[in-house]
Design a protein around this ligand. Structure first.
Ligand code: CA2
Length: 145
């Protein structure tokens, strides 16, 4: 049995489906969790799905993933655009990393066009709402055993 794929979500994503549905869709984070679990199960894999509003907690989980996960999917949310510390943690993780965004940040404000996380990611899925997470789980499964 392979190790789980860690699926981490950053700040404010606990509000998914509750606020700004025109940008981020109507699915709640719990809906996203179910979609990821179903996609992983169909691929014979498991996930560990977590969300935090705290940079340090996300970094602790990325460090944990280094030994406990086969691959990592991360929607860093706003921290993607600001956090060198999350980038450093991802670089040290030594497992495949798939960056994931619900919206397409490249089509939004200028400040969203750069993410530090991309420098450590094997690839990026963005713009497909909750399906971005499902596709990212599939990509992560393909990159790991
Ligand atoms: O599109 C994405 O998934 C983002 O990572 C979402 C971040 C944003 O800063 C990134 O540029 C793109 C924002 C997450 C905020 O989530 C909310 C969800 C519902 C209501 C309000 C905020």
């Amino acid at each position: 049995m392979s190790k789980p794929i860690y699926v981490l979500s950053g700040p404010n994503l606990n509000l998914l489906g509750v606020r700004e549905p025109e940008i981020y869709g109507k699915a709640t984070l719990e809906d996203v969790r179910r979609l990821c679990e179903a996609r992983a199960k169909a691929l014979g894999r498991t996930i560990e799905f977590r969300q935090s509003n705290h940079e340090g907690e996300l970094i602790d989980w990325i460090q944990e993933a280094r030994t406990k996960a086969s691959a990592l999917v991360i929607n860093p949310a706003g921290y993607g655009h600001t956090s060198v510390a999350i980038l450093d943690a991802l670089k040290a993780a030594n497992i495949p990393v798939v960056e994931c965004h619900l919206s397409n940040p490249a089509a939004r404000e200028e400040f969203r066009r750069h993410t530090y996380v991309s420098l450590a990611a094997n690839g990026l899925v963005s713009g497909f709402g909750a399906a971005s997470y499902e596709l990212a789980v599939e990509a992560a499964a393909g990159l790991s055993a």
